[in-house]
Design a protein around this ligand. Sequence first.
Ligand SMILES: [Zn+2]
Ligand SMILES: [Zn+2]
Ligand SMILES: [Zn+2]
Length: 241
Amino acid sequence: MMTKRCPDCGRHLPHSDFGRNKTLPDGLSFYCLACNRARNNDWYRRQRRSLGKEVRDLSWVPQGFRWCPTRQQAVAHADYIRNAALPSGFGTRCKACHNRLSKDAYWLRRYGLTKADVEQLRADQGNVCGICGTPDPEHLDHDHSTGRTRLLLCQRCNHGLGLFRDEPYLLRVAALYIEGHRQEHANDVVRQAAIEAEAASRPGEPPVGSQRRPGARGTSTRSTGRNSGSRRREQAGEVDG
Ligand SMILES: [Zn+2]
Ligand SMILES: [Zn+2]
Ligand SMILES: [Zn+2]
């Protein structure tokens, strides 16, 4: 393996531990990468101090971590924004901060709302979805026809409105559809219960519609069952729709 001696730390290191420098005969940087970094840091600190600026000591930040100036915390490299265009290969903040800030910027650009506006709206609606009450709603809903903001909604309710094309008429029809089918099912249950109750009140006789009395399955027997069923429902205070 080709090695080169770093004049700063005195170590003999593989070429891969040196940066590139086309102005030098071997095409490698004078010092090894680690020493270069330390020297650059020292230079940077001296510059900042000479300008009267505060210099944070980040030497304690462990290997594999990076200081996020926005969050003021050491963050694992995996959670840090990458930027191949910068010498460090990293962006200026961690992914969480980046996402939060770009979301803030998105709302400002799209709805003209600042973060404070959105937080005020959130407080006003008790931090629950404007439709179903799920906590921590994330989506700022708006009227597509006018562009005006409405309320913060949970993801499910937001998708729901979209799937019904934000159309109140369709949403009402869908509600009636579900209620109608539930009522129909309830009516069947009551009807069946009435038939069974009537059969039980006349012991010895097979129930209405039984296979053992094929000749007796006339309309009169059936209508008796239905009539008594609806009578029962009227007594129970239910109204036929
Ligand atoms: Zn070195
Ligand atoms: Zn951060
Ligand atoms: Zn909801």
